[in-house]
Write a protein that binds this ligand. Structure first.
Ligand code: COA
Length: 312
């Protein structure tokens, strides 16, 4: 099967940033508590007129424009989300209509929580292999502020809204390695019953323990598949849940910390959007150079985990 190369990225955030200090409007907390335990300093919440469609289409429009690919050449649209505007139509279908994307291609949403973007990359690769087309539009988009119980201080300070998007090209010469896994469990991280119930609940310590196992497991898995050591990999982009989770993993692997990108300070945990938002930030900051290899790793609700190594 062809590999995938990252061609272009985009991101879209709500207009208003909400600082840790602002969170004191909702719960008894402090900037010091949030920053020292998570590295998060602010996040964005949708306000009136902002929703999953405005975020997802904003990010997708930017990625498509930067890719230079005529939209008629897209081979699939996959959006990873747990917080779409409607159960149906899917967020991807709404983006398709909004951007005037082609009809004779698969357009679907996928729920793998914080691993969703990387599950979507793997699914999109399979869809392109099936229909023989070259380009995939992949979006990660969340309006987690809809799911949060704003009186639960142990969860509401952690998450944020946002969207990231990427256009990938399929080709035989592009290195690509991926893995996905899951361990069904609703005791330690759940939202429901029913879609968009504002009652996200989490056993923070159990999630932490899971995450610090999942991250090294994924990195090791990709290294075993590819035969590439971390020295040969230019960037590691982990799901941006918590700075301490990434630091723990760097220490455990004795890995070069400077390769692990971190931006949770600015966005909080945006679930499926966190990896494509990070990729777009790195791209626009000039950190990504042609030929570089990027290893992305996701972990979260489900429980799920996933990783993908691709080139730029
Ligand atoms: N502000 C102030 N105090 C808070 C607080 C907040 N926002 N949230 C919880 N607390 C309090 C608790 O009530 C508790 O008080 P108590 O000791 O009087 O009962 C105290 O802080 C310690 O809570 P604890 O849960 O033991 O803290 P912790 O060190 O485990 O850190 C997390 C909590 C959530 C930051 C940590 O468990 C974590 O990062 N887990 C992973 C979460 C995650 O990333 N989830 C998404 C994965 S995709």
């Amino acid at each position: 099967m062809n590999g995938l190369k990252l061609l272009a990225t985009g991101r879209c955030l709500p207009a208003a940033a909400v600082t840790n200090e602002d969170m004191r409007r909702y719960v008894d907390t402090s900037d010091e508590w949030i920053t020292t335990r998570t590295g998060i300093r602010q996040r964005y919440f949708c306000a009136e007129g902002e929703n999953a469609l405005t975020l997802a289409s904003g990010a997708a429009r930017q990625a498509l424009a930067d890719s230079g690919i005529p939209k008629e050449e897209l081979g699939c649209v996959v959006c990873a989300t747990v917080s779409a505007d409607y159960a149906t139509p899917s967020l991807s279908c709404l983006v398709q209509a909004e951007l005037g994307l082609p009809e004779e291609i698969p357009v679907l949403d996928l729920n793998a929580a914080c691993s969703g973007f990387l599950y979507a990359v793997a699914v999109a690769r399979g869809l392109l292999a099936q229909n023989g087309k070259k380009y995939a539009l992949i979006i990660g988009c969340e309006v987690l502020s809809r799911l949060m119980n704003m009186s639960d201080r142990s969860t509401c300070v952690l998450f944020g809204d946002g969207a990231g998007a990427a256009v990938f090209e399929a080709g035989p010469d592009f290195p690509f390695y991926a893995l996905q896994g899951a361990r069904g469990d609703k005791a330690i991280l759940a939202n429901g019953p029913g879609p968009l119930a504002p009652d996200l609940s989490m056993d923070g310590r159990a999630v932490f323990r899971f995450a610090v196992e999942a991250l090294p497991h994924c990195i090791q898995g990709i290294q075993d598949q590819s035969g590439l050591s971390l020295e040969k990999i230019d960037w590691v982009v982990c799901h941006q849940a918590n700075e301490r989770i990434i630091d723990h993993c760097v220490k455990k692997l004795k890995a070069p910390a400077e390769k692990f990108y971190k931006n949770m300070a600015r966005y909080g945990n945006t679930s499926a959007a966190s990896i494509p938002i990070a990729l777009d930030e790195m791209n626009r900051d000039g950190k990504l150079k042609p030929g570089q290899k990027i290893l992305c790793v996701g972990f979260g609700g489900g429980l799920t985990w996933a990783a993908a190594l691709f080139t730029i």
